[in-house]
Design a protein around this ligand. Structure first.
Ligand SMILES: *[C@@H]1O[C@H](CO)[C@@H](O)[C@H](O)[C@H]1NC(C)=O
Ligand SMILES: *[C@@H]1O[C@H](CO)[C@@H](O)[C@H](O)[C@H]1NC(C)=O
Ligand SMILES: *[C@@H]1O[C@H](CO)[C@@H](O)[C@H](O)[C@H]1NC(C)=O
Ligand SMILES: *[C@@H]1O[C@H](CO)[C@@H](O)[C@H](O)[C@H]1NC(C)=O
Ligand SMILES: *[C@@H]1O[C@H](CO)[C@@H](O)[C@H](O)[C@H]1NC(C)=O
Ligand SMILES: *[C@@H]1O[C@H](CO)[C@@H](O)[C@H](O)[C@H]1NC(C)=O
Ligand SMILES: *[C@@H]1O[C@H](CO)[C@@H](O)[C@H](O)[C@H]1NC(C)=O
Ligand SMILES: *[C@@H]1O[C@H](CO)[C@@H](O)[C@H](O)[C@H]1NC(C)=O
Ligand SMILES: *[C@@H]1O[C@H](CO)[C@@H](O)[C@H](O)[C@H]1NC(C)=O
Ligand SMILES: *[C@@H]1O[C@H](CO)[C@@H](O)[C@H](O)[C@H]1NC(C)=O
Ligand SMILES: *[C@@H]1O[C@H](CO)[C@@H](O)[C@H](O)[C@H]1NC(C)=O
Length: 444
C-alpha cells in the first residue's frame, strides 16, 4: 500500500515538472475541478498546450529606460496564443496597461512575481476604465480557454502602499483592480499569492465558466492610512463562477456578488478581517436592472469580519454615501441564495440583510423602500460566536417593506454572543414563521 502510493505520488509529481531542457522546468497545469458544490455541470476541459514562451525580464532597464515588462509579456502572449503556455518565471514589473482580452487556448504559468509600478499619475490617466462603480484595471484577461496558475508560488503584487497614502488625501482617486477577467469564457485562476492591491483584488466581469482556487490574498498597510476597498472577488455580469479553497486577509468584502451574477458558488474559504460574503451592493443605478440569482455559499470560516453572510441593496431613491459613491433607486431582484455551513469567529453580525445601504437616515429608508426584491434565501448550519460590538444582538434582517422580502428562511443557527446572554436577532418586515432564530424588534 505504502509502496504503491509512493509510486503513484512519484508519477504525479514527475508529470507536474516537465523538463524542457537541462536547466528549466515548467510548472504543469494543475487538475482543474470545481467541487464539492458545482453549478450543475463540470468545469470544461482544456486541450493540452504544445508550445512554450518564456518572457525575459528587463530587470528595471527596459526600452527607453522605462522599468516595464509589459511589452515583452504582450509579445509572448501573441506568440503563444492558440495553444501555448506563457511562462512568467522571473521578477517582472508592469508599468503600462496590458490588454490581454484576445486570448484563446493559452495557459499562463507564473512561478515568478509580477509587480505593478506605483506611478499614480500615470495609472490614473492610462488604466482601463469601466463605468461600473468607477472601476479601473492595470491589465485584463479575456477570450476563451485561459488557465492562469502559480503552483502556490506565483505572486501578483499591487504595490499598494503609495495608493493607500494617496487615497487618504484624495478619496475619489481612481485606483486599479489587481486582476480583471473581462469577457473570459472558460478560464481558471489557481495557486497564486496576491498582495496589496490598490483597490479590489479581483473583478470577474462578462465571464462564464470560471474556476478560482487556492488563492492566498493579503493586504497590509505599513502607514497610518489603511488599505481601503480591497474586496477579494467581485463578480459582475458573469455566470457559472466557482471560487473555492482560498485564504483572504483583507478589510472589505471577502467575496461580493455584483449585478448580474448568476450560478455562483463560493466554498471552502477562510476569510479574516473582511466584510463577509456579500450579495451586493445592488440597486445603485436607477437606469439599470440588477439580478443576483442561484448563489450557493458553502463551508466558510469567517473571522474578525463586520459580517458573516450579508445582503445589501440600496434604497428606492438616489442618496449620497461616501465621496465618489452614491446610489439607490435601481430595480431588480435577488433570488435563490443559500448560505450553508458558516463558522463565525468574532464577526459583528453573523447575518446582515440591509435594504437601505448607504443611508443611515431611517426617515428616508421608510419613505423610499428599495426597488430590489429579495426572495428564496436560506441561511442554515451556522455556528460560532460574534464580536462584542452588538452583544447580545448577533444579526440583523431588515427589509424595507414586507413585499420586498419573500421566503427568507433561517434554520439550524446556533450562533452565540460573547456575554453568553440569549442571542437576539433584529427582524424587520420579515416573515418570522420562517426564521428559526430569536427575533426582536430594532428598538428593543
Ligand atoms: C463588459 O461588457 C460591456 C459590454 O460589452 C462593456 O461595456 C464593459 O466595459 C465590460 N466590462 C466591464 C467590467 O463592465
Ligand atoms: C491581515 O490584515 C491585517 C489588517 O490589515 C494586518 O494587520 C495583518 O498584518 C494582515 N496579515 C497578513 C498575514 O498580511
Ligand atoms: C471545508 O473547507 C475546508 C478548507 O477551508 C476544507 O479543508 C474542508 O475539506 C471543506 N469541507 C467540506 C465538507 O467541503
Ligand atoms: C486577521 O484580521 C485581524 C483584524 O484585521 C488582524 O488583527 C489579524 O492580524 C489578522 N490575522 C492574520 C492571521 O492575518
Ligand atoms: C442584467 O440582466 C438583465 C436581463 O438580461 C438585463 O435586462 C439588465 O440590463 C442586466 N443588468 C446589468 C447591470 O447588466
Ligand atoms: C438554486 O440555486 C442552486 C445553487 O446555485 C441550484 O442548484 C438550484 O437549481 C437553484 N434552484 C432553482 C429553482 O433554480
Ligand atoms: C482574528 O483577530 C485576532 C486579533 O487580531 C487574531 O488573534 C486572530 O488570529 C484572528 N483570526 C484569524 C483567523 O486570523
Ligand atoms: C465616479 O467618480 C466621480 C468622481 O469622483 C463621481 O462624481 C461619480 O459619482 C462616481 N460614479 C459612481 C457611479 O460612483
Ligand atoms: C432625515 O431625512 C428627513 C427627510 O429628508 C429630514 O427631514 C431629516 O432632517 C433627516 N434627518 C437627519 C438626522 O439628517
Ligand atoms: C422605486 O421605488 C420608489 C420608492 O418606493 C418608487 O417611487 C419608484 O417608482 C420605484 N421605481 C421603480 C423603477 O420601480
Ligand atoms: C446543524 O449545523 C451544524 C453546524 O453548526 C452541523 O454540524 C449539523 O449537522 C447541522 N444539523 C443538521 C440537522 O443539519
Amino acid at each position: 500500500m505504502t509502496i504503491l502510493s509512493t509510486i503513484i505520488f512519484g508519477v504525479t509529481a514527475l508529470s507536474f515538472l516537465e523538463p524542457i531542457n537541462a536547466h528549466k522546468t515548467v510548472l504543469g497545469r494543475p487538475n482543474l475541478h470545481w467541487g464539492p458544490k458545482t453549478p450543475g455541470h463540470q468545469f470544461p476541459h482544456s486541450p493540452k498546450r504544445h508550445k512554450t514562451c518564456y518572457v525575459p525580464s528587463c530587470h528595471g532597464s527596459g526600452r527607453h529606460g522605462k522599468n516595464d515588462d509589459a511589452p515583452e509579456i504582450l509579445k509572448a502572449f501573441k506568440k503563444c496564443n492558440k495553444g501555448g503556455v506563457v511562462i512568467l518565471d522571473e521578477e517582472y514589473t508592469i508599468g503600462s496597461p496590458l490588454d490581454l482580452t484576445f486570448l484563446e487556448a493559452v495557459d499562463v504559468a507564473i512561478t515568478g512575481s509580477i509587480k505593478f509600478t506605483n506611478d499614480i499619475d500615470y495609472w490614473v490617466k492610462n488604466s482601463f476604465k469601466y463605468d461600473f462603480q468607477n472601476s479601473s484595471a492595470f491589465w485584463r484577461f479575456g477570450g476563451k480557454d485561459v488557465n492562469i496558475y502559480g503552483g502556490g508560488q506565483g505572486l501578483i503584487d499591487g504595490n499598494g502602499q503609495a495608493w493607500y497614502d494617496a487615497f487618504a488625501a484624495e478619496p475619489t482617486l481612481l485606483r486599479p483592480i489587481l486582476l480583471v477577467l473581462d469577457g473570459l469564457k472558460h478560464g481558471s485562476v489557481t495557486g497564486l499569492k496576491m498582495r496589496n492591491s490598490p483597490d479590489w483584488f479581483n473583478l470577474i466581469a462578462n465571464s462564464s465558466d470560471i474556476l478560482v482556487s487556492n488563492i492566498d490574498i493579503a493586504v497590509k498597510s505599513e502607514s497610518k492610512n489603511p488599505a481601503k476597498n480591497g474586496d477579494g472577488w467581485d463578480t459582475f455580469r458573469s455566470d457559472s463562477v466557482v471560487i473555492q479553497d482560498s485564504h483572504v486577509n483583507n478589510s472589505d468584502d471577502c467575496v461580493s456578488f455584483k449585478p448580474n451574477s448568476t450560478n455562483i458558488i463560493v466554498q471552502g474559504m477562510q476569510c479574516n478581517g473582511s466584510h463577509g460574503i456579500s450579495v451586493g451592493s445592488l440597486g445603485q443605478y436607477p437606469a439599470e436592472y440588477d439580478i443576483v440569482e442561484n448563489i450557493y455559499v458553502y463551508n466558510i470560516s469567517m473571522s474578525n469580519a463586520s459580517d458573516g453572510a450579508r445582503i445589501k441593496v440600496w434604497p428606492g431613491t438616489d442618496t449620497p454615501f461616501e465621496p465618489g459613491l452614491s446610489g439607490g433607486g435601481g430595480a431588480g431582484y435577488v433570488k435563490n441564495v443559500t448560505y450553508d455551513t458558516l463558522y463565525n469567529d468574532n464577526n459583528d453580525w453573523a447575518i446582515e440583510i440591509n435594504q437601505c445601504y448607504g443611508q443611515s437616515n431611517q426617515t428616508i429608508c421608510d419613505k423610499y423602500p428599495s426597488n430590489m426584491t429579495i426572495s428564496d434565501v436560506v441561511f442554515k448550519n451556522m455556528w460560532g460566536t460574534t464580536s462584542t460590538k452588538y452583544d447580545p444582538k448577533v444579526g440583523t434582517l431588515t427589509c424595507s417593506s414586507t413585499e420586498k422580502c419573500i421566503n427568507i428562511a433561517a434554520h439550524n443557527i446556533s450562533v452565540t454572543d460573547p456575554s453568553g446572554k440569549t442571542p437576539q436577532w433584529i427582524c424587520t418586515n420579515m416573515d418570522e414563521s420562517l426564521l428559526d432564530i430569536n427575533c426582536v424588534s430594532a428598538d428593543s
